[in-house]
Design a protein around this ligand. Structure first.
Ligand SMILES: [Zn+2]
Length: 235
């Protein structure tokens, strides 16, 4: 049994895969995506509130304008009533008309007031939502910085591992390297195994006697393939 650079390469490749996985699954990235989704939700909410406020303001203005029309008409009738130009028999009908106009005016003014209260409530809701949006934007900025810092850290570790892996590869025979590269996609982190003196440690089954004999008689550090599982066995 011996150390072999292929085992180092395998270990470093596995470490690099783990670091790439870590990079891809940094918890800050999920937290950031959640915060961004919340920002979109709040932005849509604010747009909806602004549209509602515009509707309500338009409604309020319409009620006020209509109330003003009835007020103007009632004022004109008032003037006629006190002008002395209206005959006795027309007085009561005119007073009734004025009362009707004032009722309608009051009703419209009430509705304008309701609309104004609704507008105030919507404005309050919008201000609160804008404050929440501001908070989430601060959180997004902080998470972006945290994510960038974590990515930089993982990238730094990965660069070291890749450099060590490349250094190890430079020391290994080209044919052995090609064999490792061919097998690695299928066998992963146990592409290269040690011969434990009795078996290929990658195999669940017992090594046939002939195979065992071949392994035992190979020179130390030889790179062989297990006839059972195809793994590279370092004797
Ligand atoms: Zn095997």
């Amino acid at each position: 049994m011996t150390d072999h650079r292929l085992l180092d390469i395998q270990r470093l490749d596995t470490e690099a895969e783990q670091l790439r996985h870590r990079h891809a699954t940094l918890p800050e990235r999920d937290a950031l995506a959640e915060a961004q989704a919340e920002r979109s939700r709040l932005e849509a909410l604010i747009a909806g509130l602004a549209a509602s406020r515009l509707d309500v303001a338009t409604r309020q203005k319409r009620f006020e304008d209509e109330a003003q029309i009835f007020a103007t008409k009632a004022d004109e009738d008032d003037k006629r009533l006190y002008s002395g130009e209206v005959g006795m028999k027309d007085l009561q009908p005119l007073q009734d008309e004025i009362a009707g106009l004032r009722d309608r005016q009051a009703e419209l003014e009430d509705r304008a007031l309701e609309a104004m209260e609704e507008a105030e409530s919507l404005a309050g809701e919008q201000a609160a939502t804008e404050a929440a949006l501001h908070d989430i934007e601060d959180r997004i900025t902080a998470l972006e910085a945290e994510l960038a810092a974590s990515e930089t850290e993982v990238d730094g570790l990965l660069a070291d591992v890749v450099a060590a892996r490349d250094e190890a590869r430079a020391e290994v025979d080209g044919a052995d390297l090609a064999e490792y590269d061919r097998l690695r996609p299928g066998l992963g982190s146990s592409t290269v195994v040690r011969f434990d003196g009795g078996n290929c440690v990658g195999c669940p089954s017992t090594m046939p006697a002939v195979e065992l004999d071949r392994m035992k008689h190979a020179e130390s550090g030889a790179v062989l393939n297990c006839s059972e599982c195809g793994r590279i066995v370092i004797t």
